[in-house]
Design a binder for this molecule. Structure first.
Ligand code: MG
Length: 381
């Protein structure tokens, strides 16, 4: 029986994790859940269904506390950070955005195994996070990184020649003109169902840029050995090329459950975690290079990753701010990456080279966000 803490329980990763756990009651017990609390009815329902001991929320704590006698409700902006340090077998961090960094550091400091879906932790503070983690303490949940992890088991670390991340291409892979994309268009993803921010990040391919940085930190592979290719079907989740020329891929229909289940049950595999590929019908799997001119976000992310220090932090903070402005209808879709690029360009040479702690990261982010807002003001109609 594994005791699990789920951070971000009402999001896409959290709800799917709870479905996996509900289907395997003999293998897992949920001891705590956290979320923003903006949907208190869902929090209450989850807490009751899994009979959790702790609930962490930012909003609506009074309503939730009243509905859950006997449950310790921790509230405020640090609830997830506090709950991440509760002793357990695995903490699943399914929070979206760099606000997931504090809980990541808390889980690692407490010695908990961390199933990490929050890629921004590794983008905003990759060196800091990895310096706190012992070997195998962080288990990837992002589907590409789970695939690389699973594929990498076929050889030794020093035998890895390249990591190849697959990208669906997002909503606009076949759309030539991205100048008049609406928020509604951008929120429609062809193969994956995810939260709003991740879906927008898929459409700009910023998500793949973040994942290149994430892969660099998780697997200790240099940037010039990490590539991304368009694979529209999202069935091959990523690949590892070894020095002998052999490429090992991990494949399953597009669904996060396989990746979530593998991180929760490693080194075992959970029966029926996800539906397998149906080989009684024909499949065409395609792989194509990414059009770097149409999607400048990949090169920009790679550039920030190579510079290291505070540059990926700035890249992510600028993107989070620009995406928020796009969702609020304040800027055009095509302005998201151009604004991020402007902020990155003006930051080069002045960004801190090392991040000592969470306070350092937050200071860099606050500065980058306010500079991004200045750029956004200039774009406003
Ligand atoms: Mg992914």
């Amino acid at each position: 029986m594994r005791e699990v803490v789920i951070l971000g329980s009402s999001g896409s990763i959290g709800t799917q994790a709870l479905e996996i756990i509900a289907a395997n009651p003999d293998s897992f017990r949920v001891i705590a859940i956290t979320s923003a609390g903006t949907n208190p009815a869902l929090v209450i329902e989850q807490a009751k269904a899994f009979n959790v001991a702790f609930v962490g929320v930012v909003n609506n704590a009074d309503i939730i506390r009243e509905a859950l006698p006997g449950v310790k409700v921790i509230d405020g902006p640090f609830a997830s950070t506090e709950i991440a340090s509760i002793e357990c077998d695995v903490v699943l961090n399914g929070i979206t955005g760099s606000i997931g960094l504090g809980p990541t550091l808390a889980a690692l400091d407490a010695g908990n195994t961390l199933a990490l879906a929050n890629k921004e932790s590794l983008v905003a503070a990759g060196e800091l996070v990895m310096s706190k983690a012992r070997a195998h303490q962080i288990l990837p949940v992002d589907s590409e990184h789970s695939a690389i992890w699973q594929s990498s088991l076929a050889g030794k670390k020093e035998e890895i020649a390249r990591l190849i991340l697959t990208a669906s291409g997002g909503a606009f892979i076949d759309r030539a003109d991205l100048s008049d994309v609406s928020v509604k268009d951008a929120l429609k993803h062809p193969t994956w169902s995810m939260g709003a921010v991740v879906t927008i990040n898929s459409a700009t391919l910023v998500n793949k840029g973040l994942e290149i940085i994430e892969a660099h930190h998780l697997f200790g592979v240099p940037y010039n050995k990490i590539e991304a290719v368009i694979h529209r079907q999202s069935v091959v989740h990523s690949m590892v090329e070894f020095v002998d020329g052999s490429t090992i891929a991990q494949a399953s229909p597009p669904n996060m459950k396989g990746a979530i289940a593998y991180a929760l049950s490693f080194p075992g595999r959970l029966a029926k975690a996800t539906a397998p590929i149906n080989w009684s019908v024909m499949h065409n799997w395609s792989f194509e290079p990414i059009d770097q001119g149409k999607f400048p976000s990949i090169a920009l992310a790679r550039h920030c990753g190579e510079l290291g220090g505070g540059m990926p932090t700035i890249f992510n903070a600028a993107n989070e701010t620009a995406v928020e402005a796009f969702i609020d209808g304040k800027i055009a879709f095509s302005s998201i990456v151009s604004v991020v690029e402007s902020v990155v360009t003006e930051s080069e040479g002045s960004a801190p080279l090392t991040l000592r702690d969470l306070a350092d990261v937050r200071a860099i982010e606050d500065d980058a966000k306010s500079r991004t807002r200045n750029h956004l003001l200039r774009l406003a109609p």
